[in-house]
Design a protein around this ligand. Structure first.
Ligand SMILES: [Zn+2]
Length: 441
């Protein structure tokens, strides 16, 4: 008798449990981004649906614009109201949004996602995602005419864009130089760019603009390249020098002395270039500098920009590298001065450059100071042209006491000689940054 009661109780318990599940109250969970989608010609949107109770019964997606609704997705999954979904799995849905194929015009719309479960109550969840259909690419009007650019030199392109919230700048091969609001006229944009020493002869810069709907447009920047040859130098490596630098930069030899040295001269150099490029990705939207950049006072030029170096050891060529800065030698531990107004964005050790300072001058323009014996400033400090940053030295891959000075535009090394030159600044920079009528230069 007692056993029967227990059996009955167990049965009643399971029935209650079963009914609770059938009558589950929790609706399916729709996992999706709900931020507005800017829709150009095509865009995929994916989301996930799961239901912990009776499982997902069906999913429906439609796009509503004004009075019209367009169904994009409708699926029902196997199962029964008494037993729930056959497969209680998370459903992944990917839909392709193509407004043109649906005959939709530009303007706001909504994406509706609905999911139902297998409970008797048929719980449903709904998500609404705002859409902005925009099939128009931004229009760029270039304001600078034919420009003469020296190989290795920098230039500026000024342009207008008829849309807001656009990513824009000058593209040159794989390089991208972001544009900034023009300091003299906020209705215009300016992007500084560099013609790299190794640029292919046929390669031309272009202004590109991409809006939030990923519509892209581009305009060729007409330039005439002024060709030039770059100096060459032969460097004889001594065992003593390599030993000193391997100890300083690697700590100990890895393999033999020469291969350790080459690790520094090749791999570390490349890592450092990449690091510098990263540091120079974010620049102040304000122009912080003015006038020509200051060259280390009373200094002698040791090596020039884009100098092609061959390295020799025991009578054979062991490496080739290109020197992307200016080496300026004065007296030992001479004060290193900020070349122009800016903000310290880096003040630390940096591989082959030793103790290094990088200043952001705004609008993508940076200057770099390497091999310093000591640093007198810290990251984040604002400096004026002529402020002391530290002292010259031999840290990093330097033989004698000197300053390695480099100019960069959005992380790409430019010829510092132009930036030292007041006339070049006036003709190539000031002419494009003033709000007067623009001329090509
Ligand atoms: Zn150097």
């Amino acid at each position: 008798m007692r056993l029967l009661w227990i059996l009955l109780l167990v049965l009643a318990g399971s029935l209650a449990g079963y009914l609770i599940t059938r009558f589950e109250r929790s609706a399916p969970v729709i996992q999706t981004r709900v931020t507005p989608i800017f829709l150009g010609t095509e865009r995929d949107h994916q989301f996930y649906v799961f239901d912990e109770g009776t499982g997902v019964e069906g999913i429906r997606v439609w796009l509503r614009k004004g009075e019209l609704a367009h169904e994009l997705f409708d699926e029902t999954y196997p199962g029964h109201v008494l037993t729930g979904a056959t497969l209680k799995v998370q459903r992944r849905v990917e839909i392709s949004l193509r407004p043109k194929e649906l005959g939709l015009t530009d303007g706001p719309a909504t994406l509706h996602i609905e999911a139902r479960d297998y409970s008797w109550a048929r719980n449903r969840s709904q998500v609404y995602i705002p859409l902005v259909i925009d099939s128009e690419a931004p229009r760029i009007s270039l304001q600078t005419g034919l420009t003469y650019v020296r190989r290795g030199g920098a230039e500026a392109a000024v342009y207008k864009i008829n849309e807001e919230n656009v990513t824009h700048g000058v593209e040159f091969g794989d390089l991208f130089f972001p544009g900034f609001p023009h300091p003299g006229d906020p209705s215009r944009q300016v992007a500084f760019y560099v013609l790299p020493p190794n640029a292919e002869p046929g390669q031309k810069p272009q202004v590109t603009a991409i809006d939030r709907a990923r519509n892209r447009s581009m305009v060729r920047v007409p330039i005439e390249i002024i060709e030039r040859s770059f100096p060459t130098d032969r460097i004889e490596l001594s065992e003593a020098f390599m030993e000193e630098k391997v100890n300083e930069l690697l700590g100990s030899t890895r393999g033999d002395l020469l291969s350790s040295y080459l690790k520094i001269n090749r791999d570390m150099r490349q890592e450092n270039t990449e690091r510098i490029r990263q540091i120079c990705q974010e620049s102040s939207p304000d122009r912080l500098w003015s006038g020509p950049f200051l060259q280390l006072p009373n200094s002698k030029v040791g090596a020039r920009y884009a100098e092609k170096r061959t390295y020799h050891f025991e009578g054979r060529t062991v490496d080739k590298q290109v020197h992307m800065g200016y080496d300026l030698a004065s007296t030992a531990h001479a004060p290193v001065l900020a070349a122009n107004d800016g903000v310290v964005v880096f003040a630390d050790r940096l591989g082959i450059y030793g103790n290094t300072v990088i200043l952001d001058h705004g609008l993508g323009v940076f200057s770099l100071y390497g091999h310093l014996s000591e640093l007198a400033i810290e990251k984040g400090e604002a400096v004026s042209g002529g402020d002391r940053l530290g002292s010259t030295g031999t840290t990093g891959l330097a033989g004698g006491d000197h300053l390695h000075f480099a100019m960069l535009v959005s992380g790409v090394f430019a010829d510092p000689l132009e930036w030292f030159d007041g006339r070049w600044i006036r003709e190539h920079i000031e002419s494009k940054l003033s709000n007067m009528v623009l001329e090509s230069g």
